[in-house]
Design a protein around this ligand. Structure first.
Ligand code: NA7
Length: 546
């Protein structure tokens, strides 16, 4: 069929946008339920975050045996993780293995971006447009576009004038970059910065780190998994996965039920020390109130500050690296491999751009109010337009041509973080209003995909044409998400969780912090009640005629 000179295909029940772990599973699962599915992915292959973030040192901050698909017992028995925190190459290899194993590639169009999707009320179909000029009609649109997929450039002038090599950690060249003998600068000290800095320091002639906000980083304790550990997890996978599905964060981590304020100084220090030695997010779980009580949080923060002072030789550098202006964990806590001690190296300089702001990037380097830093390579570790960026990049229009941008003018609104009122048959995976980035995202994606699968089967079996949230249900959920966040310390920091890293972005705490188990129960209850809070409309034409 042709329309205005473009090809029009109507052969897919579902378009899945994104070929990361959620998009891949959506294609696999919905296909297994008998829907025709097509995936569209901007990158040249599968893997999402792990396709794009190829910078040296890139590593997942959730334990490998947990940050992995649980839907296939055979896959989890066959695949052997080598390290506790998987490196980017290992994650990408796993994504490619899953794509081959489940024969997913043939359903995807790679190097293709969805640029627009308009809901056509006369046919109840989505009209999808890609940057390759293709127009596609589909009944369901599943946005698996990722939470950290749209890189942010720093708001400094002259970036285009830089004469050396300009790189963003989230768009690292697949062929790699050799910085040996080069003068390298890094802007940004979030998770990406603290992972890449130790790696670059080992290669570069000199490394200048431009820091605006100091990061809390805990040791990752990156160890190789032993055969015994692998055997144990494989033997117990079903129980471990079941526990995780009903846990707070979608992992096996169990928070200490005690308050940091109710124990003796000795017990508190021992507990912090044990959690520190355990590594990673265990530190936030060292007491139950680290993320909810400012006094408890301050005790944990002070413990980490003391560690920084121990690790960094020069007290003035240690001071600069020590965060003091936001509660620990309210900007995502970082997990590093030798970050702080990297500043003991003679080829590494820390520049405080809060005191001496960057004035401009020039052809030869970075100028701060304190002087010029000549550079051959400038690395931007400046983060992402998180959670909403990739959704708002698409010209999405629902009923009456209303854009998602209009609907989200005051911040993202979505019922259960899955559906948006006025946007029928649109589903967001790990979207704002769901546990998403505050949980094990692969597990969160699986839960959403399975919920969507059940929903589409329900609609098919009962002959419904559309499903969309009731505006009141959406508002009530958004209020609930805000209320739960307000009971924690999270909204206090200028983090990407609240959109503070993007000028003009409405300040809303985007993920749901009520816990994975509680969220899952709510989603299951909504489905069991026949999709309470959603409006379902009957199909005007027999289902078979689609
Ligand atoms: P983040 O965590 O958003 O970190 C970005 C960093 O870049 C952060 O230190 C920012 O400082 C800094 N930044 C941004 N713009 C500027 C300018 N103009 N000048 C100086 N410094 C700047 O992104 P990441 O990629 O590290 O991590 C994102 C997530 O990916 C992470 O949380 C994990 O979940 C994986 P700021 O704090 O805004 O002062």
């Amino acid at each position: 069929m042709s329309e205005a000179g473009h090809s029009v295909s109507t052969d897919s029940d579902v378009i899945v946008v994104g070929g990361g772990f959620s998009g891949m599973y959506a294609v696999h699962h919905l296909r297994s339920l008998g829907f025709s599915v097509r995936g569209i992915e901007a990158g040249g292959g599968v893997g999402g975050t792990w396709y794009w973030n190829r910078y040296p040192g890139a590593r997942c901050d959730i334990v490998s045996v947990e940050y992995s698909y649980s839907f296939s017992e055979q896959l989890q028995q066959d695949w052997n993780w080598t390290q506790r925190y998987p490196t980017q190459p290992e994650m990408l290899a796993y994504a490619n293995h899953a794509a081959d194993r489940f024969d997913l590639r043939r359903h995807f169009s790679f190097n293709t971006k969805v640029i627009a999707a308009h809901f056509d009320e006369s046919t109840d179909l989505w009209r999808v447009r890609t940057d390759t000029g293709e127009k596609i009609l589909t009944r369901y649109l599943v946005m698996a576009t990722g939470c950290l997929s749209v890189p942010r450039l720093p708001d400094v002038s002259g970036l285009d004038d830089f004469g050396g090599e300009l790189l963003h950690t989230g768009r690292w060249p697949s062929e790699g970059v050799d910085v040996s003998g080069r003068r390298v600068g890094v802007i940004g000290t979030g998770a990406s910065g603290i992972q890449i800095i130790p790696e670059l320091a080992q290669q570069a002639a000199s490394l200048v780190v431009f820091q605006r906000t100091a990061a809390f980083s805990v040791s990752g304790v990156n160890v190789r998994l032993t055969p015994e550990q692998i055997r144990d997890v494989k033997e117990h996978y079903p129980e471990y996965r079941e526990y995780s599905r009903h846990s707070f964060g979608g992992t096996m981590l169990r928070a200490n039920p005690k308050s940091a304020l109710e124990v003796s100084e000795q017990e508190r220090q021992e507990q912090f020390e044990a959690a520190w030695n355990d590594g990673g997010f265990a530190f936030l779980a060292s007491f139950r109130d680290i993320t909810t009580d400012l006094a408890a949080n301050e005790l944990a923060a002070e413990f980490v500050r003391e560690k920084i002072r121990d690790m960094v030789d020069d007290p003035s550098v240690a001071d600069l690296l020590t965060p003091t202006d936001y509660p620990l964990g309210t900007k995502r806590i970082c997990i590093d491999s030798g970050y702080y001690s990297t500043f003991n190296r003679s080829n590494v300089t820390l520049v405080d751009v809060r005191r001496a702001p960057i004035e401009a990037v020039t052809a030869s380097g970075v100028v701060t109010t304190d002087g010029h830093h000549p550079l051959d390579t400038l690395v931007l570790a400046t983060g992402f337009d998180a959670m909403t960026g990739a959704l708002l990049q698409v010209d999405l229009r629902g009923r009456a041509g209303r854009t998602l941008d209009q609907h989200w003018r005051d911040g993202p609104r979505a019922y259960l973080g899955i559906g948006v009122s006025g946007f029928p048959n649109l589903f967001t995976i790990t979207g704002p209003g769901s546990p998403s980035v505050l949980s094990n995202v692969i597990a969160a994606g699986e839960q959403h995909v399975e919920w969507i699968g059940n929903c589409l089967v329900h609609m098919r079996d009962r002959g419904f044409a559309t499903i969309e949230p009731e505006p009141e249900a959406e508002s009530t959920w958004v209020e609930h998400v805000n209320d739960v966040a307000a009971q924690t310390l999270y909204p206090l920091a200028d983090s990407w969780y609240v959109g503070a890293n993007v000028p003009g972005k409405p300040r809303v705490f985007m993920p749901y912090v009520g816990g994975v188990g509680r969220y899952r129960r709510r989603c299951d209850k909504v489905a069991a009640s026949g999709y309470e809070g959603f409006v379902l409309t009957p199909a005007p034409i027999p289902h078979a005629a689609r």
